[in-house]
Design a protein around this ligand. Structure first.
Ligand code: 5AD
Ligand code: SF4
Length: 359
Protein backbone atom coordinates (compact mmCIF):
# COMPACT_ATOMS: atom_id res chain seq x y z
CA UNK A 1 0.00 0.00 0.00
CA UNK A 2 1.43 3.42 -0.86
CA UNK A 3 1.92 6.05 1.82
CA UNK A 4 -0.62 8.20 0.02
CA UNK A 5 -3.31 5.51 0.33
CA UNK A 6 -2.42 4.83 3.95
CA UNK A 7 -2.82 8.50 4.68
CA UNK A 8 -6.23 8.60 3.01
CA UNK A 9 -7.24 5.59 5.02
CA UNK A 10 -6.56 7.42 8.30
CA UNK A 11 -8.40 10.56 7.16
CA UNK A 12 -11.40 8.45 6.13
CA UNK A 13 -11.39 6.67 9.46
CA UNK A 14 -11.30 10.00 11.34
CA UNK A 15 -14.19 11.30 9.27
CA UNK A 16 -16.21 8.16 9.94
CA UNK A 17 -15.53 8.47 13.67
CA UNK A 18 -16.66 12.11 13.63
CA UNK A 19 -19.96 11.11 12.06
CA UNK A 20 -20.62 8.52 14.76
CA UNK A 21 -18.97 5.29 13.62
CA UNK A 22 -17.80 3.24 16.64
CA UNK A 23 -14.04 2.81 16.37
CA UNK A 24 -12.85 -0.77 16.93
CA UNK A 25 -9.74 -1.52 19.02
CA UNK A 26 -7.84 -2.08 15.76
CA UNK A 27 -9.02 1.30 14.40
CA UNK A 28 -7.82 3.03 17.56
CA UNK A 29 -4.43 1.30 17.43
CA UNK A 30 -4.14 2.47 13.85
CA UNK A 31 -5.02 6.06 14.74
CA UNK A 32 -2.52 6.07 17.60
CA UNK A 33 0.20 5.31 15.05
CA UNK A 34 -0.52 8.14 12.59
CA UNK A 35 1.78 11.13 12.18
CA UNK A 36 2.20 14.44 10.35
CA UNK A 37 -0.82 15.63 8.38
CA UNK A 38 -3.03 12.83 9.70
CA UNK A 39 -2.32 13.82 13.30
CA UNK A 40 -3.33 17.39 12.45
CA UNK A 41 -6.59 16.06 10.99
CA UNK A 42 -7.25 14.02 14.13
CA UNK A 43 -6.63 16.94 16.51
CA UNK A 44 -8.75 19.30 14.40
CA UNK A 45 -11.60 16.77 14.40
CA UNK A 46 -11.44 16.52 18.19
CA UNK A 47 -11.34 20.32 18.48
CA UNK A 48 -14.49 20.68 16.39
CA UNK A 49 -16.35 18.01 18.37
CA UNK A 50 -15.29 19.76 21.59
CA UNK A 51 -16.71 23.03 20.24
CA UNK A 52 -19.94 21.38 19.13
CA UNK A 53 -20.62 19.43 22.35
CA UNK A 54 -19.11 21.48 25.19
CA UNK A 55 -18.48 24.90 23.63
CA UNK A 56 -15.55 27.30 23.69
CA UNK A 57 -15.62 27.98 27.41
CA UNK A 58 -12.97 26.51 29.65
CA UNK A 59 -14.15 25.37 33.09
CA UNK A 60 -12.01 25.70 36.19
CA UNK A 61 -11.74 23.31 39.15
CA UNK A 62 -9.69 24.38 42.16
CA UNK A 63 -7.58 21.58 43.62
CA UNK A 64 -6.60 21.20 47.25
CA UNK A 65 -4.06 18.43 47.87
CA UNK A 66 -4.78 17.98 51.54
CA UNK A 67 -2.60 14.95 52.42
CA UNK A 68 0.43 13.38 50.78
CA UNK A 69 0.29 10.29 53.02
CA UNK A 70 -0.46 7.19 51.01
CA UNK A 71 -0.77 3.57 52.08
CA UNK A 72 -0.29 2.24 48.54
CA UNK A 73 2.97 1.48 46.83
CA UNK A 74 2.39 2.25 43.14
CA UNK A 75 5.64 1.84 41.25
CA UNK A 76 5.23 5.12 39.34
CA UNK A 77 4.24 7.52 42.11
CA UNK A 78 6.37 9.67 44.41
CA UNK A 79 3.75 9.46 47.18
CA UNK A 80 4.14 5.66 47.46
CA UNK A 81 4.54 4.39 51.00
CA UNK A 82 7.94 2.99 50.01
CA UNK A 83 9.41 6.45 49.40
CA UNK A 84 11.13 7.38 52.68
CA UNK A 85 12.61 10.58 51.20
CA UNK A 86 9.28 12.39 51.04
CA UNK A 87 8.37 14.69 53.90
CA UNK A 88 4.72 13.96 54.67
CA UNK A 89 1.97 16.45 55.58
CA UNK A 90 -1.70 16.50 56.38
CA UNK A 91 -3.77 19.65 56.24
CA UNK A 92 -6.12 19.93 59.20
CA UNK A 93 -9.82 20.54 58.87
CA UNK A 94 -9.81 24.32 59.40
CA UNK A 95 -6.94 24.74 56.99
CA UNK A 96 -8.82 22.77 54.31
CA UNK A 97 -11.97 24.85 54.84
CA UNK A 98 -9.91 28.07 54.76
CA UNK A 99 -8.35 27.03 51.45
CA UNK A 100 -11.79 26.13 50.05
CA UNK A 101 -12.86 29.68 50.92
CA UNK A 102 -10.02 30.98 48.74
CA UNK A 103 -11.33 28.86 45.86
CA UNK A 104 -14.72 30.46 46.40
CA UNK A 105 -13.16 33.96 46.57
CA UNK A 106 -11.64 33.44 43.14
CA UNK A 107 -15.14 32.55 41.89
CA UNK A 108 -14.11 29.04 40.97
CA UNK A 109 -17.32 27.04 41.62
CA UNK A 110 -15.81 23.58 42.18
CA UNK A 111 -13.24 22.34 44.64
CA UNK A 112 -11.39 19.06 44.17
CA UNK A 113 -10.22 17.48 47.43
CA UNK A 114 -7.31 15.24 46.56
CA UNK A 115 -5.01 13.05 48.67
CA UNK A 116 -3.13 9.78 48.75
CA UNK A 117 -5.00 6.81 50.22
CA UNK A 118 -4.81 8.01 53.81
CA UNK A 119 -6.99 6.21 56.37
CA UNK A 120 -6.32 8.98 58.91
CA UNK A 121 -9.18 10.69 57.08
CA UNK A 122 -11.98 8.43 58.27
CA UNK A 123 -15.48 8.44 56.81
CA UNK A 124 -16.61 10.70 59.66
CA UNK A 125 -13.84 13.24 59.12
CA UNK A 126 -14.33 13.37 55.34
CA UNK A 127 -18.11 13.76 55.80
CA UNK A 128 -17.59 16.60 58.25
CA UNK A 129 -15.24 18.39 55.85
CA UNK A 130 -17.75 17.98 53.02
CA UNK A 131 -20.60 19.32 55.14
CA UNK A 132 -18.59 22.30 56.30
CA UNK A 133 -17.47 23.22 52.78
CA UNK A 134 -21.07 22.95 51.57
CA UNK A 135 -22.39 25.08 54.43
CA UNK A 136 -19.61 27.64 54.51
CA UNK A 137 -18.93 28.08 50.78
CA UNK A 138 -21.64 26.34 48.73
CA UNK A 139 -18.91 24.99 46.43
CA UNK A 140 -19.48 21.87 44.34
CA UNK A 141 -17.27 19.16 45.83
CA UNK A 142 -15.21 16.64 43.92
CA UNK A 143 -13.38 13.93 45.83
CA UNK A 144 -10.21 12.27 44.62
CA UNK A 145 -9.13 10.14 47.57
CA UNK A 146 -8.81 6.65 46.13
CA UNK A 147 -10.71 3.41 46.53
CA UNK A 148 -13.32 3.35 49.28
CA UNK A 149 -16.24 1.11 50.28
CA UNK A 150 -19.75 1.34 48.84
CA UNK A 151 -20.96 2.62 52.23
CA UNK A 152 -18.33 5.39 52.15
CA UNK A 153 -19.39 6.51 48.68
CA UNK A 154 -22.99 6.59 49.92
CA UNK A 155 -22.04 8.57 53.02
CA UNK A 156 -19.88 11.11 51.13
CA UNK A 157 -22.71 11.70 48.68
CA UNK A 158 -25.24 12.14 51.46
CA UNK A 159 -22.87 14.64 53.11
CA UNK A 160 -22.97 16.78 49.95
CA UNK A 161 -20.18 15.77 47.52
CA UNK A 162 -21.22 14.82 44.03
CA UNK A 163 -18.21 14.26 41.83
CA UNK A 164 -15.52 11.61 42.23
CA UNK A 165 -12.27 11.11 40.36
CA UNK A 166 -10.75 7.64 40.32
CA UNK A 167 -8.47 7.03 37.38
CA UNK A 168 -8.38 3.40 36.29
CA UNK A 169 -4.72 4.16 35.34
CA UNK A 170 -4.46 1.28 32.84
CA UNK A 171 -7.04 -1.12 31.46
CA UNK A 172 -4.53 -3.97 31.32
CA UNK A 173 -5.16 -6.33 34.25
CA UNK A 174 -1.55 -7.51 34.26
CA UNK A 175 0.04 -4.08 33.95
CA UNK A 176 -2.29 -2.70 36.63
CA UNK A 177 -1.27 -5.42 39.07
CA UNK A 178 2.39 -4.99 38.25
CA UNK A 179 2.27 -1.19 38.68
CA UNK A 180 0.04 -1.22 41.76
CA UNK A 181 1.22 -4.07 44.00
CA UNK A 182 -1.59 -5.56 46.07
CA UNK A 183 -4.31 -3.81 44.04
CA UNK A 184 -6.68 -5.22 41.46
CA UNK A 185 -8.15 -3.54 38.40
CA UNK A 186 -11.37 -5.43 39.12
CA UNK A 187 -11.80 -3.70 42.51
CA UNK A 188 -11.13 -0.30 41.02
CA UNK A 189 -13.67 -0.90 38.27
CA UNK A 190 -16.14 -2.06 40.93
CA UNK A 191 -15.67 1.28 42.74
CA UNK A 192 -16.28 3.15 39.48
CA UNK A 193 -19.48 1.20 38.83
CA UNK A 194 -20.69 1.87 42.37
CA UNK A 195 -20.03 5.57 41.91
CA UNK A 196 -21.96 5.66 38.63
CA UNK A 197 -24.78 3.64 40.19
CA UNK A 198 -25.00 6.06 43.13
CA UNK A 199 -25.36 9.03 40.78
CA UNK A 200 -21.91 10.56 41.23
CA UNK A 201 -20.45 12.48 38.31
CA UNK A 202 -17.63 10.05 37.80
CA UNK A 203 -14.17 10.65 36.44
CA UNK A 204 -11.67 8.08 35.33
CA UNK A 205 -8.58 8.12 33.14
CA UNK A 206 -5.15 6.73 32.48
CA UNK A 207 -1.47 7.43 32.15
CA UNK A 208 0.23 7.31 28.77
CA UNK A 209 3.71 5.84 28.50
CA UNK A 210 3.85 3.44 31.43
CA UNK A 211 6.65 0.93 30.89
CA UNK A 212 5.19 -2.19 29.27
CA UNK A 213 2.11 -0.40 27.94
CA UNK A 214 1.15 -1.05 24.30
CA UNK A 215 -1.09 0.73 21.81
CA UNK A 216 -3.56 -2.13 22.28
CA UNK A 217 -3.70 -1.33 26.01
CA UNK A 218 -4.27 2.34 25.23
CA UNK A 219 -7.14 1.38 22.90
CA UNK A 220 -8.62 -0.67 25.76
CA UNK A 221 -8.29 2.41 28.04
CA UNK A 222 -10.37 4.51 25.66
CA UNK A 223 -13.00 1.84 25.16
CA UNK A 224 -13.24 1.37 28.93
CA UNK A 225 -13.90 5.12 29.40
CA UNK A 226 -16.67 4.90 26.82
CA UNK A 227 -18.16 1.69 28.23
CA UNK A 228 -18.24 3.09 31.76
CA UNK A 229 -19.93 6.22 30.41
CA UNK A 230 -17.50 8.25 32.53
CA UNK A 231 -18.34 11.94 32.84
CA UNK A 232 -14.78 13.24 33.28
CA UNK A 233 -11.56 11.91 31.78
CA UNK A 234 -8.05 12.59 33.02
CA UNK A 235 -5.36 11.57 30.53
CA UNK A 236 -1.75 12.48 31.23
CA UNK A 237 1.77 11.35 30.35
CA UNK A 238 3.73 9.16 32.75
CA UNK A 239 6.65 11.14 34.21
CA UNK A 240 9.52 9.20 35.79
CA UNK A 241 10.05 10.06 39.45
CA UNK A 242 13.66 9.69 40.69
CA UNK A 243 12.66 8.17 44.05
CA UNK A 244 10.57 5.32 42.61
CA UNK A 245 11.40 1.95 41.04
CA UNK A 246 10.60 3.51 37.65
CA UNK A 247 13.25 6.23 38.01
CA UNK A 248 15.10 5.13 34.88
CA UNK A 249 12.06 4.63 32.63
CA UNK A 250 11.37 6.99 29.74
CA UNK A 251 8.70 9.67 30.16
CA UNK A 252 5.44 9.36 28.23
CA UNK A 253 5.30 10.84 24.75
CA UNK A 254 3.48 14.19 24.48
CA UNK A 255 2.18 13.64 20.97
CA UNK A 256 0.83 10.21 21.85
CA UNK A 257 -0.86 11.67 24.95
CA UNK A 258 -2.49 14.42 22.87
CA UNK A 259 -3.69 11.84 20.36
CA UNK A 260 -5.23 9.83 23.21
CA UNK A 261 -6.96 12.93 24.47
CA UNK A 262 -8.27 13.75 20.98
CA UNK A 263 -9.59 10.22 20.54
CA UNK A 264 -11.21 10.37 23.99
CA UNK A 265 -13.08 13.51 22.90
CA UNK A 266 -14.15 11.98 19.58
CA UNK A 267 -15.30 8.74 21.22
CA UNK A 268 -17.09 10.21 24.27
CA UNK A 269 -18.35 13.54 22.82
CA UNK A 270 -19.62 15.60 25.76
CA UNK A 271 -17.34 14.59 28.64
CA UNK A 272 -15.28 17.04 30.68
CA UNK A 273 -11.62 16.60 29.84
CA UNK A 274 -8.91 18.55 31.67
CA UNK A 275 -5.68 19.75 30.12
CA UNK A 276 -3.67 17.89 32.76
CA UNK A 277 -0.89 19.38 34.83
CA UNK A 278 1.36 16.48 33.78
CA UNK A 279 1.11 17.66 30.15
CA UNK A 280 2.11 21.17 31.20
CA UNK A 281 5.03 19.73 33.16
CA UNK A 282 6.61 17.87 30.26
CA UNK A 283 5.95 20.58 27.67
CA UNK A 284 5.45 24.27 28.49
CA UNK A 285 2.81 24.51 25.74
CA UNK A 286 1.30 21.11 26.58
CA UNK A 287 -1.88 22.39 28.18
CA UNK A 288 -2.63 24.74 25.28
CA UNK A 289 -2.09 21.86 22.86
CA UNK A 290 -4.54 19.77 24.87
CA UNK A 291 -7.12 22.57 24.88
CA UNK A 292 -6.87 22.64 21.08
CA UNK A 293 -7.25 18.87 20.79
CA UNK A 294 -10.39 18.22 22.81
CA UNK A 295 -9.77 19.41 26.39
CA UNK A 296 -12.15 21.91 28.03
CA UNK A 297 -11.12 22.04 31.71
CA UNK A 298 -8.16 23.42 33.66
CA UNK A 299 -7.50 22.65 37.31
CA UNK A 300 -5.56 25.44 39.09
CA UNK A 301 -3.82 24.29 42.25
CA UNK A 302 -4.92 26.07 45.44
CA UNK A 303 -2.82 23.95 47.81
CA UNK A 304 -0.97 26.30 50.22
CA UNK A 305 2.54 26.95 48.97
CA UNK A 306 4.29 25.26 51.91
CA UNK A 307 2.64 21.92 50.95
CA UNK A 308 2.51 22.22 47.17
CA UNK A 309 6.04 21.06 46.50
CA UNK A 310 5.57 18.13 48.88
CA UNK A 311 2.69 16.74 46.80
CA UNK A 312 5.40 15.19 44.74
CA UNK A 313 3.59 12.62 42.56
CA UNK A 314 6.05 13.29 39.74
CA UNK A 315 8.86 15.85 39.47
CA UNK A 316 8.45 19.46 38.31
CA UNK A 317 4.71 19.79 38.73
CA UNK A 318 4.31 23.04 40.64
CA UNK A 319 2.43 25.87 38.97
CA UNK A 320 4.31 28.97 40.08
CA UNK A 321 2.42 31.87 41.60
CA UNK A 322 -0.71 32.38 43.65
CA UNK A 323 -4.09 31.09 42.41
CA UNK A 324 -4.98 34.66 41.35
CA UNK A 325 -1.77 34.87 39.31
CA UNK A 326 -2.31 31.42 37.83
CA UNK A 327 -5.85 32.32 36.75
CA UNK A 328 -4.77 35.69 35.30
CA UNK A 329 -2.03 33.95 33.32
CA UNK A 330 -4.50 31.35 32.16
CA UNK A 331 -6.90 34.05 30.93
CA UNK A 332 -4.19 35.53 28.70
CA UNK A 333 -3.17 32.10 27.54
CA UNK A 334 -6.71 31.22 26.58
CA UNK A 335 -7.36 34.54 24.88
CA UNK A 336 -4.46 33.70 22.55
CA UNK A 337 -6.41 30.71 21.24
CA UNK A 338 -9.83 32.37 21.19
CA UNK A 339 -11.13 30.71 24.34
CA UNK A 340 -12.54 32.14 27.55
CA UNK A 341 -12.81 31.05 31.15
CA UNK A 342 -16.30 30.38 32.42
CA UNK A 343 -16.96 30.49 36.14
CA UNK A 344 -19.86 28.04 35.80
CA UNK A 345 -20.47 24.69 37.48
CA UNK A 346 -19.59 22.68 34.40
CA UNK A 347 -21.66 19.55 34.88
CA UNK A 348 -21.48 17.21 31.93
CA UNK A 349 -24.10 18.49 29.46
CA UNK A 350 -27.24 16.39 29.37
CA UNK A 351 -26.56 14.97 32.82
CA UNK A 352 -28.43 16.28 35.79
CA UNK A 353 -27.12 16.28 39.30
CA UNK A 354 -28.24 13.48 41.61
CA UNK A 355 -29.65 11.24 38.93
CA UNK A 356 -28.57 7.71 39.74
CA UNK A 357 -27.89 5.58 36.71
CA UNK A 358 -27.93 1.81 36.58
CA UNK A 359 -24.83 0.25 35.24
N1 5AD B 1 3.51 10.40 36.23
C1 5AD B 1 2.31 10.87 35.83
N2 5AD B 1 1.20 10.76 36.54
C2 5AD B 1 1.28 10.16 37.74
N3 5AD B 1 0.37 9.90 38.66
C3 5AD B 1 0.96 9.28 39.69
N4 5AD B 1 2.27 9.13 39.44
C4 5AD B 1 2.50 9.66 38.22
C5 5AD B 1 3.66 9.80 37.42
N5 5AD B 1 4.83 9.35 37.81
C6 5AD B 1 -1.04 10.24 38.52
C7 5AD B 1 -1.90 9.01 38.51
C8 5AD B 1 -2.77 9.13 39.73
C9 5AD B 1 -2.57 10.54 40.21
C10 5AD B 1 -2.44 10.59 41.69
O1 5AD B 1 -1.41 11.03 39.62
O2 5AD B 1 -2.68 8.96 37.34
O3 5AD B 1 -4.12 8.95 39.44
FE1 SF4 C 1 -0.98 6.50 46.38
FE2 SF4 C 1 -2.37 7.23 44.24
FE3 SF4 C 1 0.29 7.55 44.33
FE4 SF4 C 1 -0.74 5.10 44.14
S1 SF4 C 1 -0.94 6.75 42.60
S2 SF4 C 1 0.92 5.72 45.52
S3 SF4 C 1 -2.61 5.28 45.37
S4 SF4 C 1 -1.21 8.60 45.59
Amino acid sequence: MSIFKASNYAADLIEKAVTGYDLSPADIVRLLSISGKDTKTLLAAADSIRKQYVGDEVYLRGIIEFSNFCERNCLYCGLRIGNPKLQRYRMMEDEIIGTAKQVKERQVPTVVLQSGEDSFFTTTIICRIIQRIREETGLIITLSIGERSYEDFQAFKKAGADRYLLKHETASTELFQQMRPGCKLESRVQCLRWLKGLGWETGTGNMVGLPGQTRETLAADLLFMKQLDADMLGIGPFIAHPDTPLANSANGDIELTIKMLALARIITRDTNIPATTALGTLDAGGRLKALQAGANVVMPDFTPFKYKTLYDIYPGRTDVGSPAEIIAKLKNYLASIGRTIIFGSGYRPGKTINSPTNI
